[in-house]
Ligand binder design. Structure first.
Ligand code: S3P
Length: 334
């Protein structure tokens, strides 16, 4: 499969693309580099000597060549989706992910980078740059939105963005629940917990999504703050073809589901597109076994009353010990 990354200059297509390729075991290609190779000169020189129309022609040719690449992540130039038929071509030949960013994030990244490489913004002062990004993004948004997938990038690390796209690609490749492996989380994977923490917050379908910054609220962040360093922190993950699609973790803390000092609180989260396949149940079972083996006597959790996971917890033997306006606190003795 070819995975195309699209989005405005400065949204992180190249850095996310390189990491994503590594995570998936894919090759990496960048259409700007392919254009430069084809023309035998840099982008700034193409714009200056041959004009933007010539650049767009080569860009389109290069795009057509990418269709023959297999198992490759292709980062595309920011203007690629605006060429006639280009997004449609990408959607037909691979999975297209639009890395959606706010004007503020884009400008911040562009100011931190080397502007001389980018002829569209090379001569602009800071204020002009903001204005250029604001108006051009508004004009292009409709083209970007034609990508099959949109990934919200604001407030997220490359690591989180890569994890979301990788999970989606693994699912498109037809990974089934039978190929899911559960295992302890590795130390280098701990940053992923921020992603899973956000997904663990119950949100009503169709409601306005909570901002990702909600996880930084101290009472929420406490579920993962310095995870792995406190005694009793335990986390298991579900992996499909090398991609982590779910996590269940437990920690001794005074959170929303606190019952007793010696009963850790449990949290579980499965990537949206991997839900409904029994992965959450497998993760919780695995976590409970690990806790029991470690001498733990019981666990507790808090869950929104509308969250279908309530049923899963009941099936696993959890019972309600406390109830308030928003939900239940449930426990299970091991
Ligand atoms: C362009 C974006 C650039 C490059 C060219 C034009 C654009 O790619 O293709 O300078 O029109 O937005 P990056 O998005 O990789 O900077």
């Amino acid at each position: 499969m070819v995975v195309y990354l699209t989005g405005f200059m400065g949204c992180g297509k190249s850095s996310v693309g390189r990491r994503l390729a590594r995570a998936l075991g894919y090759a990496f290609a960048d259409t700007d580099h392919l254009v430069e190779e084809t023309a035998g000169k840099g982008i700034a020189a193409i714009f200056a000597e041959d004009g933007e129309a010539a650049f767009r022609r080569i860009e389109r040719e290069v795009l057509q060549r990418t269709a023959d690449m297999n198992r490759t992540v292709v980062a595309t130039g920011g203007g690629m989706p605006c060429g006639e038929g280009n997004v449609e071509f990408m959607n037909a030949h691979g999975a297209v992910f639009y890395l959606k960013s706010s004007v503020g994030r884009l400008v911040g990244n562009l100011l931190a980078g080397d502007r001389s490489r980018r002829p569209k913004i090379a001569g602009l002062g800071n204020e002009e740059l903001c204005e250029y990004v604001r108006t051009t993004l508004a004009a292009r948004e409709e083209r970007y939105a034609k990508a099959a997938f949109t990934v919200e990038c604001d407030g997220r690390s490359d690591y989180g963005i890569v994890a979301e796209i990788a999970a989606c690609v693994a699912e498109r490749q037809g990974g089934g629940a039978e190929r899911v492996v559960t295992r302890p989380m590795r130390e280098e994977e701990v940053p992923l917990l921020a992603e899973f923490l956000y997904d663990a917050i119950w949100q009503e379908d169709g409601a306005q999504a909570l901002p990702r910054s909600v996880i930084r609220h101290p009472e929420i962040w406490a579920y993962i703050d310095g995870f792995g360093t406190a005694e009793g922190d335990v986390c298991v993950v579900a992996e499909v073809s090398g991609v982590i699609v779910g996590a269940a973790w437990a920690r001794r803390m005074h959170g929303y589901g606190f019952v007793a000092d010696d009963m850790p609180e449990l949290a579980v989260s499965v990537r949206r597109q991997w839900r409904g396949r029994g992965i959450g149940t497998r993760l919780v079972r695995e976590l409970l076994m690990t806790l029991r083996d470690g001498g733990c006597k019981g666990v507790s959790l808090s869950v929104d009353r509308h969250n279908p996971a309530v049923e899963m917890y009941r099936r696993l033997g959890f019972g309600v010990v406390r109830e308030d306006d928003s939900g239940y606190v449930m426990t299970l003795m091991l």
